[in-house]
Design a binder for this molecule. Structure first.
Ligand SMILES: Cc1ncc(COP(=O)(O)O)c(C=O)c1O
Length: 321
């Protein structure tokens, strides 16, 4: 990593340039390496700070965001936290629209950062802590209503190119520069698909032989073309049973991996205990999927993963029981 030469103008400049760590304790007994990029060390404790910055900077550049205009976004908490930081520093009021099914820490943090947080009730069939595609559809409707009412700018992470570009321009190239050698595979748990798409594009541009895998919860592996057995799962931030994601490009997908909730949870706990890396469910899912790869097609090779957000965001859940 480059040494900082001068104080930053704001915390926005502290976004990115996260370290990469080899998970050599977790891979003990496996043939191969897992390299993890610690995205929870961003100012908002998740990788989504990157897209918040990119989306707002793109909108400013393209004249889509007027000074002082309200910004609205649907969030599972992490994008909202990133936007709360970026909008707070740049002087845009920010409204985060989130399902009540996401953990309470996220709403508290966004409020603390100056955001207005609108919580949307889950479907009667949904369970707290398990946000389904149906729950996200309700949040989407409310976000659209608020955008209309306030004539706001919608920082739409499912559609705006800034989501993918943040990872294509920064996360992926940083990873390549920090890997200290070849990366052979990449796997990523998909919500909007922005992280996957941006990193996969950067990796394949660097070396077309890098194999990229979409990771989904076993119950909702809709992108892999499997039957959804139950739309509710605990791996917050993705697995929304959306069959089409605007961010994803078929030519960047070499395969699909599924992880169970149990695998994601147990791996997140092992990450904390054995590697000292305190992360959330979806990071556990990424590392569990990377371990599957080392037992299968990537045996003897190096797999790259993102550690998406901090375990502190899940203190109210059963992740750390
Ligand atoms: C904790 C967490 N993991 C994974 C994801 C999925 O990332 P992406 O939307 O880039 O696919 C998100 C997205 O909100 C998230 O918050």
């Amino acid at each position: 990593m480059t040494q900082q030469a001068q104080p930053y103008d704001s915390v926005i400049e502290a976004i990115g340039q996260t370290p990469v760590v080899e998970l050599s304790r977790l891979t003990h007994g496996l043939d191969g390496r897992i390299l993890a990029k610690l995205e929870y060390l961003n100012p908002g404790f998740s990788k989504k700070d990157r897209i918040a910055r990119q989306i707002i900077e793109d909108a400013e550049r393209d004249g889509l965001l007027a000074p002082g205009q309200t910004v609205v976004e649907l969030t599972s908490g992490n994008t909202g936290t990133g936007l709360a930081i970026v909008c707070g520093v740049r002087g845009y009021p920010f409204v985060a629209v989130m399902s009540r099914g996401n953990s309470v820490e996220r709403a508290r943090m966004m409020s603390a950062l100056g955001a207005e947080v609108v919580l949307v009730d889950q479907l009667p069939t949904s369970r707290p802590g398990q946000v389904s595609g149906g729950d996200v559809a309700l949040v989407e409707r409310e976000a659209e209503r608020i955008v209309e009412e306030r004539r706001a700018f919608r920082a739409d992470q499912f559609r705006l190119e800034g989501n993918r570009r943040a990872h294509y321009l920064h996360t992926g190239p940083e990873f390549i520069a920090q890997a200290g050698g070849a990366i052979h595979a990449f796997c990523d748990f998909v919500g909007t698909g922005g992280s996957y798409a941006g990193c996969a594009a950067a990796f394949k541009e660097h070396d077309p032989s890098i194999q990229c895998y979409v990771v989904e919860p076993e119950k909702t592996a809709i992108l892999a073309g499997k039957q959804v057995t139950d739309p509710n799962h605990r791996i917050q931030g993705g697995g929304y049973t959306m069959p089409h994601l605007a961010m994803l490009k078929a030519e960047h997908i070499d395969g699909y991996l599924q992880v169970t909730e149990r695998e994601a949870i147990e791996t997140a706990r092992r990450l904390a205990r054995e590697e000292g890396i305190f992360a959330g469910f979806s990071s556990g899912a990424n590392v569990a999927a990377a371990m599957q790869l080392l037992r299968g097609p990537s045996r003897g090779r190096t797999v790259a993963v993102l550690i998406n957000d901090s375990g502190l965001k899940y203190l109210s859940t059963d992740l750390w029981e």
